[in-house]
Design a protein around this ligand. Structure first.
Ligand code: PLP
Length: 428
């Protein structure tokens, strides 16, 4: 079989929809063809043709200690010797539950699942089961995986019910999902004033990382907390992306807001397919088998996945780990801003912890509408110019970027060197 990127993609396209197992990997948004990774180490990916890339995607978030970290790899190797899956409880599940409870302020009990999507779907079921209410609230531009309830956009007009964004999502189900503009205080108040008694839960990415990277306005998460408390709805923080990344205790620790339920994925799996959801004992004990709300999984709490996640959690607990990552993320963002300013390209960045956003717009971006109004063509030119120079950014203008502990000062300096040429190309 051919080993060039192009030949592999041609073959992949004949065998899998779009040639991929997850849509964004296909480069549809930026144009061109994806590369196929042969191996990864530290801050780098190598494609099947031997080209090296500095990677700011980090497997879409999990790789916060860098790729192929020896401690994570060795933990997996040790676990594998004892078998791949047992179907009974195993000790690593207890250690993992304890680690999550210790690290995340709002969590007293946790349930492991196999992906972020499973975590958010299960959290919504729990919110509905616990409150006896059917409606949920989400935010335009926030992504919570591909569960039916989340593939919904705002209907036309204020306070209308949601409409599906994908064929296959029944309209009757979409009607139960209400959609709000992120960072809009008054819209949230108005929605709860009108329908608060029907709302089971509000789910939010506390830092929005799926419409580029948008930080919550001062007091916004507190406002959502107050509304949910006032109306008896559950506040659900989707920390699949932010968990263990923006701070050791996630966005809830960083911003000092306590959700009722939290969902996780990415980092807690250490690169293996893992998700989790958790909250207070009173809520979590409503899940089967202690309670009536059903949720299960053949491979949930898998011993190999737990070993990978635990090794990663161990590494990120090192004193100062997140502060150092935040410092390097600032170095990268400030550096890119200086290069863009020097080239005369309208550009701005956002960042929190080891997560950042790059916007081809001169203004500070705080809303979905502003993110949508950025210059997508400029981003696409920049993306390809960086890729050509060996720097891999997320292949869409609407994704957050991720830094890892393996992104040293030298790696960041090499990125800024590449950016000089890339911004010049954007300016034209
Ligand atoms: N929630 C958020 C905030 C995410 O960013 C993602 C995936 O990127 C998900 C949920 C879904 O997770 P998964 O892709 O593991 O199903």
């Amino acid at each position: 079989m051919s080993r060039t990127n192009h030949d592999l993609f041609a073959r992949a396209r004949s065998l899998m929809p779009g040639g991929v197992n997850s849509p964004v990997r296909a480069f549809k948004s930026v144009g061109g063809e994806p590369f196929f990774t042969a191996r990864a180490d530290g801050p780098f990916l190598w494609d099947v043709e031997g080209k090296r890339y500095i990677d700011y995607v980090g497997s879409w978030g999990p790789m916060i200690v860098g790729h192929n970290h020896p401690q994570v790899r060795e933990a997996v190797e040790r676990a594998i010797r004892d078998g791949l899956s047992f179907g009974t409880p195993c000790p690593a599940e207890v250690t993992m539950a304890q680690a999550i409870v210790d690290l995340v302020p709002s969590i007293e009990m946790v349930r492991m699942v196999n992906s972020g999507t499973e975590a958010t779907m299960s959290a919504i079921r729990l919110a509905r089961g616990a409150t006896g209410r059917a409606r949920i609230v989400k935010f335009e531009g926030c992504y919570h995986g591909h569960g039916d309830a989340f593939l919904v956009k705002a209907g036309s007009g204020a306070l209308t019910f949601g409409t599906p964004t994908s064929p296959g999502v029944p309209k009757a189900l979409a009607d139960l999902t209400l959609t709000l503009p992120y960072n809009d205080f008054d819209a949230a108040t108005a929605l709860f004033d009108a329908l608060g008694g029907d709302i089971a839960g509000l789910i939010v990415e506390p830092v929005a990382g799926n419409m580029n990277c948008i930080l919550p306005r001062e007091g916004y998460l507190q406002h959502l907390r107050a509304l949910c408390t006032q109306h008896g709805a559950l506040l659900i923080f989707d920390e699949v992306m932010t968990g263990f990344r923006v701070a050791l205790g996630g966005a809830q620790a960083h911003y000092g807001v306590t959700p009722d339920l939290t969902t996780f994925g990415k980092i807690i799996g250490g690169g293996m397919p893992v998700g989790a959801y958790g909250g207070s004992r009173a809520l979590m004990e409503q899940i089967a088998p202690t309670g009536p709300i059903y949720q299960a999984g053949t491979l949930s709490g898998n011993p190999v996945a737990m070993a990978a996640g635990l090794a990663m959690l161990e590494l990120i607990r090192a004193p100062g780990f997140h502060d150092e990552l935040a410092r390097r993320t600032r170095l990268l963002c400030d550096g890119l801003q200086a290069v863009a300013d020097g080239a005369g390209v309208p550009f701005s960045t956002t960042r929190v912890g080891a997560m950042f956003g790059l916007f081809f717009s001169a203004e500070r971006v705080e809303t979905f509408a502003q993110a949508m109004a950025c210059d997508v063509n400029a981003f696409n030119t920049f993306f390809h110019a960086m890729l050509e120079r060996g720097v891999y950014l997320a292949p869409s203008a609407f994704e957050a970027g991720f830094l890892s502990a393996a992104h040293s000062g030298d790696v960041i300096a090499a990125t800024l060197d590449a950016a000089r040429g890339a911004f010049a190309q954007v300016r034209g």
